[in-house]
Design a protein around this ligand. Structure first.
Ligand code: PEP
Length: 253
């Protein structure tokens, strides 16, 4: 099986309902030529259903949530469960994004429970991880990434890896305008693939898409996506502009 090429847009805490609908409609319209690429958008919770309605009949186009709670249901005021997300048409959920780890102190125990909730409710998981700037400067980036991968994937059911996508997002590159060079991205993605082979198997690691995230844009995407172990991107800022996002979708050689 060939690995899926994926471009995913994380809209974070941006857009109103009207803006979200307009953005989704423009992306649907302008990305039609790129049938071979799986497109996923991650709008804020309140707009999931509205965006789902817009992308619904578009081939290879999915909607995901930026987070889910680690409990199945109950007295957790203000929280959103994986079952709720599935019921409004989500197919994906982001787990482990660095902003969740940093601002909401999500640790491996929570990430594991979230993953379990997602899988139980038939959601695909995009598991995000990546090193801090000081870790790269101290040459600890491989060690950090290995720990982050083992922390969750050691407990990820081997028979559900079809529901797993990985996103390497060096924290120093997120929202900073500083991107990993293609050489840095390829070096790390090859390391991730090797680590995943140790956790699961060579056959499984060859099938898992590994996305790059961190100030990816229409200029740098073609070179990044041409790296053999980079299977696409998780895009933040640039996903809020339909033209830019669709150029990124069209960046595979
Ligand atoms: C992200 O937050 O997942 C991300 C990659 O953001 P940006 O593209 O803005 O760096």
């Amino acid at each position: 099986m060939k690995r899926k090429k994926i471009v995913a847009g994380n809209w974070k805490m941006n857009t109103t309902k009207e803006e979200a609908e307009k953005l989704a409609a423009s992306i649907v319209q302008s990305s039609q030529a790129f049938q071979g690429v799986e497109k996923i958008v991650f709008p804020p919770f309140p707009f999931l259903q509205a965006v789902k309605t817009i992308v619904n009949n578009t081939a290879n186009f999915f909607v995901g949530a930026q987070n889910c709670n680690h409990h199945d249901k109950g007295a957790y005021t203000g929280e959103v469960s994986a079952a709720m997300l599935k019921s409004v048409g989500c197919d994906y959920v982001l787990i482990g994004h660095s902003e969740r780890r940093q601002y909401f102190t999500e640790d491996n125990i929570q990430l594991l429970s979230k993953t379990e909730q997602a899988l139980t409710n038939n959601l695909n998981v995009i598991f995000c991880f990546g090193e801090q700037l000081n870790e790269r400067k101290n040459n600890q980036h491989f060690e950090t990434v290995k720990k982050q991968l083992h922390g969750v994937l050691n407990f990820f059911p081997k028979n559900k890896t079809e529901q797993l996508v990985l996103a390497y997002e060096p924290v120093w590159a997120i929202g900073t305008g500083e991107t990993a060079t293609p050489a840095q991205a390829q070096e790390m993605h090859a390391f991730i693939r090797k680590t995943v082979a140790e956790i699961f198997s060579q056959e499984i690691t060859e099938q898992i898409s590994i996305l790059y995230g961190g100030s990816c844009n229409a200029q740098n995407a073609p070179e990044l996506f041409s790296c053999p172990d980079v299977d696409g991107g998780l895009i933040g800022g640039a996903s809020l502009n339909a033209d830019e996002f669709c150029k990124i979708i069209g960046s595979f050689g």
